[in-house]
Design a protein around this ligand. Sequence first.
Ligand code: NAD
Ligand code: TDX
Length: 356
Amino acid sequence: MILVTGGAGFIGANFVLDWLAANDEGIVNLDALTYAGNRANLASLDGDARHHFVHGDICDRALVDRLLAEHRPRAIVHFAAESHVDRSIHGPGDFMRTNVEGTFALLEAARTYWSALEGAEREGFRFLHVSTDEVYGSLGPKDPAFSETTAYAPNSPYSASKAASDHLVRAWHHTYGLPVLTTNCSNNYGPFQFPEKLIPLMIANAIDGRALPVYGDGLNVRDWLYVGDHCAAVRAVLARGRVGEVYNIGGWNEKPNREIVDTICALLDELRPDAAGPHTRLITFVKDRPGHDRRYAIDARKIERELGWRPAETFESGIRKTVTWYLEHLDWVRDVQSGAYRDWMARNYASRETHR
Ligand code: NAD
Ligand code: TDX
């Protein structure tokens, strides 16, 4: 049995589904079902006794203590977080609470639980903390990619809160000996991603014939990884990672945002031949994100060398799968585009003056 936090969100749900497709070990899935958490992502597991869903908050120490005592997991895989940079700019409070205080509460619960274990159970226990490349800050065009020893330099409230959580995890290992593992991954994309993030937002807007809002000059660079490859990397780190180590995860796939949007438009031109095209006519350049990091790039040689992990998807195969998934799951898209979603879109995009 493992305890997963945030398993109703984008990456967490993909992880839970992949895990249970590959082996019979059960999962306790603790998720607060914020705007980003969605039970529908896990609908295919209804009636599956291996999946035990708990609607609750990682900050609720008594609840976490009870789950650990009841289910006696051999590992905690910690995905739960507030994850959207733009939301962290509009309202950083939730990010400090969940990402910093929530990780603190989870570490303390894990420490108490692990301290009371004995023998092989104690030896085998792991706390795997899922984090991001954004903690390393922004790269210039010629800088080498982020490695595990790159100095932390977070620039947004989101990345600062994740950096803080990474430091807590590190300290709980060095001070208390808690057997932790930390992963820092690049930008993910794939099924079930909430349409506030670049790729699903562009797909959802293009399908509806709405503007495709590109921030600034569209030349900010991100390093994209298909979510299934991230999940496989997390499984490899959990199984074979060295305790106390950090593993950077990335797809060697740097691309400027404008190229991503062009690729999505080209795929939609092909897959929706009856739509009024070309979809690039919808591209609109809008006011930049404050403090917008220019470039992220991950040096993934450590996880490749030590654990033999490699991404299975190319960007071309992964983005085609992703666009196809959204076209085949328009009901899912409509469900998450609720009143609260419309409020967010109005708040984030209304104030950005636009030019084509
Ligand atoms: P997401 O926003 O899609 O999902 C987050 C999940 O956490 C949701 O199900 C939400 O309900 C849950 N949650 C939030 N606050 C909670 C709380 N207090 N208690 C319990 N559950 C809570 O996020 P995601 O994109 O799936 O990211 C998952 C993790 O991976 C995060 O830690 C994020 O920092 C990290 N990460 C994400 C990316 C990316 O590109 N999306 C890249 C690298 C790392
Ligand atoms: O409407 C948009 N227009 C636009 O140009 C949005 C939402 C984004 N962008 C740009 C900003 C970024 O340069 O696209 C790029 C990607 O933006 P996001 O999808 O918001 O991702 P990013 O800010 O890079 O952060 C993501 O990757 C690291 C995740 O949201 C984080 O959770 C993860 O840690």
